[in-house]
Write a protein that binds this ligand. Structure first.
Ligand SMILES: N[C@@H](CCC(=O)N[C@@H](CS)C(=O)NCC(=O)O)C(=O)O
Length: 210
């Protein structure tokens, strides 16, 4: 088994954090997306979508998509549960993880991909060129991030972690979202004290340096 990774990219970090929380070690193969290695012929055979992370199993099955890879490891090694223990927990974790992905991570992606010069003509991951940046999308994304911060601030005023009392994949997704969007100089607002408390709490976990 091996994990196609890139140390500087946010989605692979979500998987590395998930694995670190479970105490699972998987050999890593670096695919330098800053050097466009995701578009090489060899990597296209691993993932025609040209994105990382990808998990390659010993029978050569390749599993792309961050949450799909996490789901695989959750089934392989359920402890500690990061995707919910029983049916209710699983539903609640999924709800918060989807919100963190759709309202957080994807929106942060709009901001970063449409604002940073390094993504000029590459507004969408997995496409080598021909996708111009749209500055208005970055601006819309910044407003969306503010809504996301407010939403999770309200939630974290009620519960220690996003999905309740236990740390889960939803916290990983939201934490990496916050790290990611800093690249475009978007920070957690001062007013979101619950998010700031939670960020400090998560940052103290050894898995954040995975
Ligand atoms: N939906 C995919 C997205 C993966 C993705 O966008 N990965 C980025 C790194 S964080 C990538 O490989 N980008 C390649 C590029 O910029 O062309 C997932 O959840 O794994």
């Amino acid at each position: 088994m091996k994990l196609y990774d890139f140390k500087l990219a946010p989605n692979p970090k979500r998987v590395r954090m998930f694995l670190a929380e479970k105490g699972i070690e998987v050999p890593l193969v670096q695919v330098n997306t800053r050097e466009r290695e995701q578009f090489s012929d060899w990597f296209r055979k691993v993932n025609p979508g040209c994105t990382v992370p990808v998990l390659e199993l010993d029978d050569s099955t390749c599993i792309a998509e961050t949450v799909a890879i996490c789901r695989y490891f959750e089934a392989l090694q359920p402890e500690p549960p990061l995707m919910g223990r029983d049916a209710k927990d699983q539903g609640v974790v999924e709800m918060w993880n989807r919100r963190a992905e759709i309202e957080g991570f994807m929106v942060a992606g709009d901001v970063v991909r449409n604002a940073l010069p390094m993504f000029a003509d590459r507004g969408v991951p997995g496409l080598p060129s021909g996708v111009p940046q749209i500055p208005a999308l970055a601006e819309r994304g910044k407003a969306g991030m503010r809504r996301f911060f407010d939403k999770i601030d309200a939630r974290l005023g009620e519960t220690r972690f996003l999905a309740g009392d236990a740390f889960t994949i939803a916290d990983i997704t939201a934490y990496i979202t916050i790290e990611f969007v800093k690249r475009a100089e978007v920070e957690v607002p001062e007013a979101c004290g619950n998010v700031r408390r939670w960020v400090e709490d998560i940052a103290a976990r050894p898995s954040t340096s995975a």
